[in-house]
Write a protein that binds this ligand. Structure first.
Ligand code: APR
Length: 243
């Protein structure tokens, strides 16, 4: 991929970018966890019905994410950011914290952060690596409300400030935009709609995915099929082929 001094790169990552680190993807689990539909454990309704079940799910994910490390794909994106500075923005759907651990800073965790929690009434996120496998579950010291994972669950809105930053980046970049989606199935909106926003301003669009779907692929100019940890490190070097 040829980038010049005017290029502005927006990267959207999904679960696939962390697969080589050993974090299971969502659709890879067939949407099931211990026989429960993921929606049951990743929704406000699920939390209201069985908060311990939800906390067990996220506690296991916290334990799992703490044991893994960023892979070459995360590192390549952090290195690209170091080269481009403010001409780079990363929006990740992953909550595992691996991009930050690889050194990414111009990054929006648009689906929340696994290692943060918040009171469901006060809504102020705080760093939290605790695990909860049995009662009592945590309560807010200020108001007594239930503490929940700081994750954007099914049926919940993304932080409008995140969306505004992404939209402003796309608008400002216009034709200089290079949009790259990595390791995401393109099934969950609004993230899945970013490729259309990028096309609408005249940007180039690239998809890097180990098993891209025909539907999502059809919306990109270029599709690179393969593992992100293998493709990304060579993708941004000057010698890599241009579209
Ligand atoms: N390299 C690149 N892509 C990969 C790799 C890999 N090593 N391994 C798997 N993939 C691809 C799969 O082919 C698939 O297209 O990663 C994608 C993972 O898709 P999903 O599991 O659907 O994950 P994602 O798109 O991130 O899900 C979006 O859905 O469940 C919600 O909020 C949750 O953020 C999540 C959102």
């Amino acid at each position: 991929m040829k980038l010049d001094s005017q290029s502005r790169v927006l990267v959207l990552t999904g679960a696939g970018v962390s697969a080589e680190s050993g974090v299971p993807t969502f659709r890879g689990m067939n949407g099931l966890w211990e026989g429960h539909r993921v929606e049951e454990v990743a929704s406000p309704e699920g939390f209201a019905a069985d908060p311990l079940l939800v906390w067990r799910f996220y506690s296991l994910r916290r334990e799992g994410a703490a044991k893994v490390a960023p892979n070459a794909g995360h590192v390549a994106l952090a290195e690209l950011e170091a080269r481009l500075g403010e001409r780079f923005l990363l929006a990740t759907q992953n909550v595992d914290g691996l991009h930050a651990r690889a050194g990414s800073r111009r990054m929006l965790a648009i689906h929340g952060e696994l290692f943060q929690s918040r009171c469901e009434r006060c809504n102020v996120p705080f760093a939290d690596a605790q695990t909860y496998f049995a009662a009592p579950l945590p309560r807010c010291e200020t108001c007594g409300g239930a503490i929940r994972p700081h994750i954007v669950w099914f049926g919940e809105m993304l932080d409008p400030a995140h969306l505004q930053r992404v939209e402003a980046f796309i608008e400002e970049a216009g034709k200089r935009l290079v949009f790259i989606a990595v390791g995401t199935s393109g099934m969950v909106y609004p993230a899945a709609g970013l490729v259309d926003a990028a096309r609408s301003v005249g940007g180039q669009t690239w998809l890097v995915d180990a098993a891209p779907s025909a539907e999502y692929s059809a919306r990109f100019d270029r599709v690179l099929t393969g593992k992100s940890g293998e493709i990304l490190p060579g993708l941004f070097s000057e010698s890599a082929p241009s579209p």
